[in-house]
Design a protein around this ligand. Structure first.
Ligand SMILES: Nc1ncnc2c1ncn2[C@@H]1O[C@H](COP(=O)(O)OP(=O)(O)O)[C@@H](O)[C@H]1O
Ligand SMILES: [Mg+2]
Length: 257
């Protein structure tokens, strides 16, 4: 799904040239769930932004789903992002004056789908994530976990092949973080390739592989036990419903029919 070879990236600030990525090679197969770990400033977000076609690279090669990603103009990049990729961020990045449904529907606006249809589809995705009752609430009325689930619904609505998540649990408490990983794992099982940047071991160990980056280079790639199961790849994400099953002391997501 993703092949990068010898990727280099520098930022130029005035006189200073900051060499952030120093020859990254990475091969990510369709349906894999991997994590990227490393100290703050090691280049994790820079790498994720390049994978997400949000930023350019200086040297090397990037193939996404068999297509060479290089020197794309913004229109082409936006088109590919909208068709192929879903994004999840630490700070949720929801539009504060739009309700949950409108936030989820936003990517379909860029596909020029009419309001009625995109809101209907958005409601279906909110329903899958157990948030139908919150559809008309503003982000400020939602908990952190709920906001991140809205962001995940927004990422899923275009049926991406890859989800890129930059510290998706960074603003959540540990229980909500693990629930978020349950959810991302379920989504991965539906066949979507999942790339998660994190600096938490409890999050990384739940992915199949951890890429450790130090100072712009890959230091090692660790296979995690939890992720060793090779999941059956299905493509029918639409038929999957994720529900919040609440019990007094434990909450988890269950996949129903
Ligand atoms: N747009 C930018 N312009 C200049 N320097 C940047 C920019 N983005 C990131 N950097 C610098 O590049 C380095 C790597 O940043 P980043 O990829 O965000 O690291 P991480 O996500 O691992 O914490 C840091 O030193 C950061 O300050
Ligand atoms: Mg970062």
């Amino acid at each position: 799904m993703i092949q990068i070879k010898n990727i280099h990236k520098s930022y130029i600030n005035g006189q200073n040239n900051l060499h952030v990525l120093k020859g990254i090679d990475l091969d990510i197969e369709q349906g894999e769930m991997i994590s990227i770990m490393g100290p703050s400033g090691s280049g994790k977000s820079t790498l994720l932004n390049i994978l997400g076609i949000l930023d350019n690279y200086d040297e090397g090669e990037y193939m996404l789903d068999g297509k060479k990603i290089q020197h794309l103009n913004e229109r082409k990049a936006a088109l590919l992002r909208n068709r192929m990729l879903g994004f999840v961020f630490q700070s949720f990045n929801l539009v504060s004056f739009k309700n949950a449904m409108e936030n989820v529907a936003l990517p379909l606006y860029y596909q020029k789908i009419n309001r009625r249809k995109r809101n209907r589809i958005a409601l279906e995705y909110l329903d899958k994530l157990g948030l139908r009752d919150w559809a008309h609430h503003l982000p400020s009325e939602l908990s952190g976990g709920q906001k991140q689930r809205v962001a995940i619904a927004r990422a899923l609505i275009t049926q991406p092949k890859v989800i890129l998540a930059d510290e998706p649990t960074g603003a959540l408490d540990s229980i909500t973080s693990q629930e978020m990983m349950d959810l991302l794992t379920e989504i991965n099982k539906s066949g979507i390739t999942m790339i998660i940047v994190t600096h938490e071991h409890d999050i990384a160990r739940r992915t199949q592989k951890t890429i450790r980056i130090i100072d712009g280079s890959i230091q090692e790639i660790v296979e995690n036990e939890a992720g060793s199961t090779k999941f059956e790849v299905r493509t029918q994400v639409q038929s999957t419903k994720y529900e919040v099953a609440s019990a007094p002391s434990c909450k988890h997501y269950e996949k129903v029919a």
